[in-house]
Structure formats: structure tokens, C-alpha cells
Design a protein around this ligand. Structure first.
Ligand code: SF4
Length: 109
């Protein structure tokens, strides 16, 4: 998926959902401004149960933004090499909810 398509899908889903990170300034920091333990904490407490986590992760992986936290990851200079992993992403509520938000650019229905 291209970064543009991933961004479109995430934006489409966010029309109906306010994610747990909304308004939290830690989610727009540059990687060097946030500690690994804080990243881990935010990943567990906010991103793990986020209903748009898969779409957020798809955008982060495609665009690799230099700033911000995307589904518990950072990508820019100073990004943490080891990222927290969800032990069973297929079982999270986010994985199920994201099925309701197919990419509007690639969906055939
Ligand atoms: S998964 Fe993305 S949208 Fe959801 S809380 Fe984490 S950074 Fe915010």
C-alpha cells in the first residue's frame, strides 16, 4: 500500500473515531524526544486498544514519518530499533474493528 493510500484509509476511519492519542502532545514528538520506556507505555496504554491501530501502523510503515508515534512506533532519526510488539494482534479489538474500515481507494465493494 502506498503512503497516500494508507493516509486516505486512516483519514477515512478517523471521520468516525477519536483515537486515544487525540490531543496528547507526546504523539507528535520526534523520536529523540521520547524515551523507550515512554514509547512502550504509550504503545500499551493507548495504541494497543486503538480501533484504528492497523491503519495507523500501515501508514507509519508506508510513510515512515520523521516525527510522531504511529501505532506505537517511531521512524525518524533516533527511532527506537526495538519496537514493542503486540503478542497477538489478530485478537485485539482493533484488528476486528479495522475490518469495518477498508481502504476507500482499494475497496471493491
Ligand atoms: S494507534 Fe495510532 S491513532 Fe491509535 S492511539 Fe496509537 S498513534 Fe494514535
Amino acid at each position: 500500500m502506498t503512503a497516500d493510500a494508507a493516509f486516505a484509509a486512516l483519514s477515512f476511519a478517523l471521520q468516525d473515531i477519536v483515537p486515544p492519542c487525540d490531543g496528547d502532545p507526546r504523539f507528535i514528538l520526534e523520536p529523540r524526544e521520547i524515551s523507550r520506556s515512554e514509547l512502550w507505555h504509550l504503545s500499551i496504554t493507548k495504541c494497543r486498544g486503538c480501533p484504528v491501530r492497523k491503519l495507523c501502523a500501515a501508514y507509519g510503515d508506508a510513510a515512515r514519518p520523521e516525527a510522531g508515534i504511529w501505532a506505537g512506533k517511531t521512524y525518524g532519526p533516533g527511532a527506537r530499533r526495538r519496537q514493542p510488539k503486540d503478542p497477538n494482534p489478530a485478537a485485539t479489538p482493533a484488528a476486528l474493528t479495522n475490518q469495518e474500515y477498508p481502504c476507500p481507494l482499494t475497496s471493491t465493494s
